[in-house]
Design a protein around this ligand. Structure first.
Ligand SMILES: [Zn+2]
Length: 136
């Protein structure tokens, strides 16, 4: 069993996170822009699939599958993860099975194709928590 809330890692202290630095030196930063401790990371696994993994143990929490682009190719999309905007050349719509529905229901997420850049800009897990919310 893993215990929730043990996300600090334990490498002896003295490690400043981006969040610590912002809070210490830029205390006027709007709360929306203060980096959170991220629980998940996203990995491209080929064929347009993206795995959402727990940072702690690498366990796959969710799989996203790219949806074939449709509609106006010059229309702008906004990344749900990092708020970057751009056309379908740079962003894509992904779908994720609603947990517990065995493929009967899906939720959708818009995200950058540039996974590394997107992960660097992403400041919290809130959009992923919404996708992971089980069907009530
Ligand atoms: Zn993004």
């Amino acid at each position: 069993m893993t215990s929730p809330g043990n996300g600090s890692g334990g490498s002896g202290g003295g490690d400043w996170t981006d969040r610590d630095i912002v809070l210490e030196y830029f205390p006027a930063t709007h709360d929306r822009l203060v980096p959170r401790v991220l629980r998940y990371r996203l990995d491209d696994v080929g064929d347009g699939a993206v795995e959402v993994r727990e940072r702690d143990d690498g366990e796959v929490a969710l799989r996203l599958q790219a949806v074939a682009p449709a509609g106006n190719p010059t229309g702008e999309l906004c990344c749900d993860l990092c708020q970057r905007t751009g056309t379908r050349r740079f962003l894509r719509v992904y779908r994720a099975e609603v947990p517990g529905t065995h493929g009967r229901r899906y939720r959708y997420l818009t995200a950058c194709l540039d996974r590394r850049g997107c992960e660097a800009r992403r400041i919290d897990d809130a959009p992923l928590d919404v996708l992971l919310d089980t069907d009530a």
